[in-house]
Design a protein around this ligand. Structure first.
Ligand SMILES: NC(=O)c1ccc[n+]([C@@H]2O[C@H](COP(=O)([O-])OP(=O)(O)OC[C@H]3O[C@@H](n4cnc5c(N)ncnc54)[C@H](OP(=O)(O)O)[C@@H]3O)[C@@H](O)[C@H]2O)c1
Length: 280
């Protein structure tokens, strides 16, 4: 199982959200930003079938591999289980993706959500993920956006990537506690919502600002530290080198009381950005 921390699995650089792409045209800004992120020190890269930018990752890969050897990179990919094509399964998807990217394996392969198309079940999808792990095509396997009831259907899950921020401390009831008790790494996406939307909860913003003065770090760094200090691994992104540097400069720790205070103040605001058709 992975652990949290700079020597184990570091903060992730995601190719979703702002980099999500529908057109076939190559977006060189994605390729360039990813290379810049690796130059700055990111080694954990978060991909997904649904992001539509394997081509940009592939274009960046030769440069990335000059900077960091493959065994020091941690590449996550995600299977989109909502695709209705009956041929679309994890085995087919990952094998084709690896062949396209020229990679032998991914470090982590996730089922992107529990909302599967009619030709799949959570169990059948997971069985194929286990086969991919046995075949060495995925070093680790896990899920994303799974609730406790979904996790109870399968075994051997190593990670669950969920939306997690002071404004959404439980994507679904009890999920963080359940994962942590079950030795499932919780990865947090969209954890910077209170930093992006500072106006919605002035009390929290004021407190994060106070901590930012105490530690000599930005509000964004304080917020990311809040994620780490609960044993959760953040996956973020940016196109700005200064912000990349900030995301990697988290060599400090909040006290338990400070984490608790952020929890209390953050809980006064509820903001969910993703999967709102399924989760309220
Ligand atoms: N599994 C899933 O369903 C799922 C869903 C969503 C995301 N993800 C993954 O998680 C990754 C990160 O998601 P996210 O982008 O939502 O995460 P995030 O870490 O909450 O947000 C990152 C964004 O915050 C902005 N930001 C950071 N600090 C800021 C500040 N001080 N002021 C204003 N803006 C600031 C950055 O903008 P700039 O770029 O301008 O710096 C960046 O685009 C994605 O790329 C993807 O890999 C997974």
């Amino acid at each position: 199982m992975f652990k949290i921390g700079e020597d184990t699995l570091p903060i992730g650089y995601g190719l979703g959200t702002k980099w999500f792409k529908k057109s076939d045209e190559l977006n060189t800004e994605i390729t360039d930003s990813l290379i810049e992120a690796v130059k700055t020190g990111f080694t954990h890269i978060d991909l997904a079938e649904v992001y539509g930018n394997y081509a940009e990752f592939k274009a960046a890969l030769p440069e990335i591999l000059k900077l960091v050897p493959r065994e020091k990179l941690f590449i996550t990919d995600k299977f989109n289980p909502s695709v209705k094509d009956t041929d679309h399964t994890p085995l087919k998807h990952l094998k084709e993706t690896l062949a396209y990217l020229g990679l032998e394996y991914v470090d982590l392969y996730l089922i992107h959500s529990p909302f599967v198309a009619d030709h799949l079940t959570i169990e059948s999808t997971w069985d194929e993920c286990k086969t991919l792990k046995k075949e060495g095509l995925a070093k680790h396997i896990g899920v994303s956006n799974f609730a406790v009831k979904d996790l109870e259907k399968i075994d051997g899950v190593e990670a669950n990537q969920i939306e997690f921020s002071p404004f959404l401390q439980a994507q679904t009831p009890g999920i963080v506690e359940y994962c942590q008790k079950s030795n499932i790494l919780v990865e947090a996406y969209s954890s910077q919502t209170p930093v992006i939307q500072q106006d919605v909860n002035p009390e929290l913003t004021e407190y994060l600002t106070k901590l930012s003065e105490k530690y000599g770090k930005s509000v964004g760094q304080i917020n990311l530290r809040w994620v780490f200090d609960q044993g959760v691994l953040p996956v973020t992104t940016t196109n700005k080198v200064d912000r990349m540097k900030e995301y990697l400069d988290l060599d400090f720790k909040l006290t338990d009381e400070e984490v608790q205070k952020i929890n209390e103040l953050g809980a006064k605001t509820h903001i969910r950005k993703y999967w709102t058709d399924y989760y309220k």
